[in-house]
Design a protein around this ligand. Structure first.
Ligand code: GLY
Ligand code: MN
Ligand code: MN
Length: 360
């Protein structure tokens, strides 16, 4: 059972203010709302040491009764800003903290006007808490990874030259949902041949041909938590260039994983993998960071990159995903999802990666 109260207490201990407001309208901060309460509807959440109020409207009243029966409800009769302002005044808050990253400028301005209280924005305190996963979160990410890997295995049995990227993406989503995914964790990236050099490609009508690289960057969302994994295959016999590229990225992936441990910095882990690629003369063909945190969101803290300010701690769940992208030829990325432990890391992903596998 998730201890939401403990999470709210941890939040209050890291903010400068006597109350914290989450505003989740049209999904704008569903992640903080869910993390702090387990509620999946729209609304506001006002957290103080003495009380927590859920501010929501009639569309979600019954749902709130099921999902958060212990939370007192502040019903919305006017609009959200006015109701949130009334709630702030009713709890006697003098300094109101909220997330600068996740609350709109409009909402912050209106709240200031309507309440007259001092607003003390913090960058993203709930996001900071979410960096370290508890056992339940880890179990959910593991399950999302299992669904992803089993779905990929099922897809590979169907892959044939002539199928389009879009067909493959649709089939894969079907396999994921059949195995219990709520939905995909992000728009699936299925890229054939020369399209695989676009790191965040959108699948299109390109059909698979003999000799293509086939890049699958995929993830399922299960019980609200994401997985994220990339594997690359060869449709038919690969060229020597494709095999070399694959071997290089695999070495970079292994170097990154070997460097991942508590106490290492995000810069150091990134550098371990980046050096392998740079030493092979492909520095300019690896533009993105080595990895990112994964949890309720597919991209969250911490970051592994040359610009990262993060240090690795046990319980952080991150990707290691070096890639080399050659415009006109194609790209290879090998992405694993791992949890940081005291003396290293443990991989959730176990889908084979040790050689370029032929499919179709
Ligand atoms: N799936 C997107 C990424 O790997 O960052
Ligand atoms: Mn990723
Ligand atoms: Mn990915």
């Amino acid at each position: 059972m998730t201890d939401y109260k403990k999470r709210r207490e941890a939040l209050l201990s890291r903010i400068d203010g006597d109350g914290f407001l989450v505003v989740n309208l049209e999904g704008s901060d569903w992640v903080s709302m869910y993390y702090l309460t387990g509620f999946t509807g729209e609304g506001g959440l006002l957290v103080t040491t003495d009380e927590t109020l859920l501010i929501t409207d009639s569309r979600y009243t019954e749902q709130a009764g099921r999902e958060v029966p212990d939370l007192p409800l502040h019903p919305v009769k006017k609009n959200y800003e006015e109701e949130a302002a009334d709630a702030v005044k009713s709890l006697g808050i003098k300094r109101l903290s909220l997330s600068a990253r996740r609350t709109s400028h409009y909402t912050v301005t209106r709240l200031g006007e309507l309440t007259g209280v001092e607003i003390v924005p913090a960058p993203d305190p709930v996001g900071e808490l979410r960096r370290i996963k508890d056992a339940d979160e880890i179990a959910r990410i593991r399950e999302a990874t299992r669904v992803t890997e089993e779905s990929l295995s099922a897809l590979l049995k169907e892959v044939k030259p002539g199928m389009t990227e879009r067909e493959l993406a649709l089939r894969l989503e079907w396999h994921m949902r059949e195995r219990g995914a709520e939905k995909v964790a992000f728009d699936l990236i299925i890229a054939a041949g020369e399209n695989s050099s676009l790191p965040h490609y959108k699948p299109g009508d390109r059909s698979l041909r003999e000799g293509d690289l086939l890049l699958c960057d995929i993830g399922a969302r299960v019980n609200h938590y994401c997985s994220d994994m990339t594997r690359v295959f060869s449709v038919g016999e690969p060229s020597d260039e494709a095999k070399e590229l694959y071997e290089l990225v695999l070495r970079a992936n292994r170097a990154g994983v070997a460097a991942l441990r508590a106490g290492a910095s995000g810069v150091e882990v990134d550098a371990a993998a980046r050096k392998v690629i740079a030493d092979a003369g492909h520095k300019e063909h690896f533009g993105h960071g080595l990895g990112h945190g994964v949890g309720l969101e597919v991209h969250e803290g911490p970051r592994l990159s040359p610009l990262s300010k993060d240090g690795m701690e046990p319980g952080m769940v991150v990707t290691v995903e070096p890639g080399v992208y050659l415009p006109g030829f194609g790209g290879v990325r090998i992405e694993d999802l791992l949890v940081v432990t005291e003396d290293g890391c443990e991989s959730f992903t176990s889908f084979p990666r040790d050689r370029l596998v032929i499919v179709g």
